[in-house]
Design a protein. Structure first.
Length: 150
């Protein structure tokens, strides 16, 4: 992927403070990204399927996913999109406070591309987002965006 290309990131996170930290980390690290934030898996599916308020949103290049959310949690969301041909090619990075081995195993079994435990300090969090950005936006080649039908 061209490092000068703006990447579309969908963030599923119910904690406003954590969503704000992701936004700040992207800005601090001067990442060319547009962050789209939803609060649960149900809204995340609406975004991907371009339903309701999300009728004109872009297809995300990358999804950052919290596991513990209301209505539809991260596991349910991951299972739903990885079983859908339209969305299963989008890399999903689980970004969770949980360090429980069963959460890590379940996430990978459901198709997560990576599992990252959220650091406690703001400085460490910003550093982790920078490493994620470096890898997914300069090292890895993501597929070119294409129009998808819902």
């Amino acid at each position: 992927m061209n490092p000068l290309h703006t990447i579309e990131i969908l963030l599923l996170e119910d904690e406003v403070a954590d969503a704000y930290l992701v936004k700040i980390a992207l800005k601090e690290n001067k990442i060319l990204a547009r962050l789209h934030h939803v609060v649960d898996g149900y809204e995340g599916l609406g975004f991907l399927q371009q339903r309701d308020n999300y009728s004109n949103v872009p297809r995300p290049d990358l999804i950052l996913l919290d596991l513990n959310m209301p209505r539809m949690n991260g596991y349910e969301f991951l299972a739903a999109i990885k079983s859908d041909e339209r969305f299963k090619g989008i890399p999903v990075l689980v970004l969770s406070t949980s360090d429980v081995e069963s959460d890590v195993i379940s996430s990978y079994q459901l198709g997560a591309a990576s599992y990252i435990t959220k650091p406690v300090s703001i400085e460490q969090f910003i550093a982790v987002i920078n490493k994620i950005s470096e890898y997914w936006m300069t090292v890895v080649r993501l597929p070119r965006r294409y129009k998808y039908e819902c």
